[in-house]
Design a protein. Structure first.
Length: 188
């Protein structure tokens, strides 16, 4: 079986990247993390990639067009089948999404369509929601808006604060991202 080649885009810590790497190392995994791209220099996620001997690049984000052209070259050169955004803090242009003809997916720490953008945990607590969770979705040119692939929820307890909720949701993120990839790859 030929494993699908994934490029993971990050901006920082890379805990989702780490969980995808772990999953890709399992016997019979359908995918391989082939490339890691970060718009930030010297971040933990790049160190994780290095440690796992995965090709990784810091691509300076001087402006969207230059950044995206450089990234597209790397993607084509490495024959990437799927892009996974994992804590990547930039919005990709319509042009980029069109030019990269394979799927691009993202993980978001809320039950989309609720709470797009930042500070999702704070918003959920403030609104006294009973549940929060995480969502993996297809990326389009609007923020956190594409078709949902997988979503899983977690109960918000009265005792929860932003920090405890974030931790619970992150645990779910690590569980559902690889599941969503498999779902996507096997439905293709
Ligand atoms: C995650 O909560 C992800 O859902 C959000 O940014 C965070 C990235 O965390 N988009 P990490 O870099 O994967 O640890």
């Amino acid at each position: 079986m030929v494993k699908k080649k994934i490029a993971v885009f990050i901006s920082g810590r890379g805990s989702n990247l780490k969980s995808l790497i772990n999953h890709s190392k399992k016997k019979n995994s359908l995918f391989k993390i082939d490339l890691v791209i970060s718009n930030n220099f010297n971040v933990k996620g790049l160190k994780i990639a290095n440690k796992s001997k995965i090709k990784n690049y810091y691509v300076k984000y001087s402006n969207k067009r230059i950044f995206e052209n450089r990234v597209l070259k790397l993607l084509n050169k490495n024959k990437i089948d799927l892009i996974c955004l994992a804590g990547f803090m930039k919005i990709l242009s319509k042009k980029f999404i069109k030019k990269f003809s394979s799927p691009i997916i993202n993980i978001h720490p809320s039950l989309l369509p609720k709470y797009k953008g930042l500070n999702t945990h704070m918003k959920a607590i403030k609104n006294k929601d009973k549940y929060s969770g995480a969502t993996v979705h297809i990326v389009n040119d609007k923020l956190d808006s594409g078709k949902i692939i997988i979503q899983e929820k977690v109960r918000i307890l009265k005792s929860d604060n932003e920090k405890t909720l974030k931790k619970k949701v992150l645990k779910i993120e690590h569980k559902i991202y690889s599941k969503a990839i498999i779902k996507l790859l096997t439905n293709y």
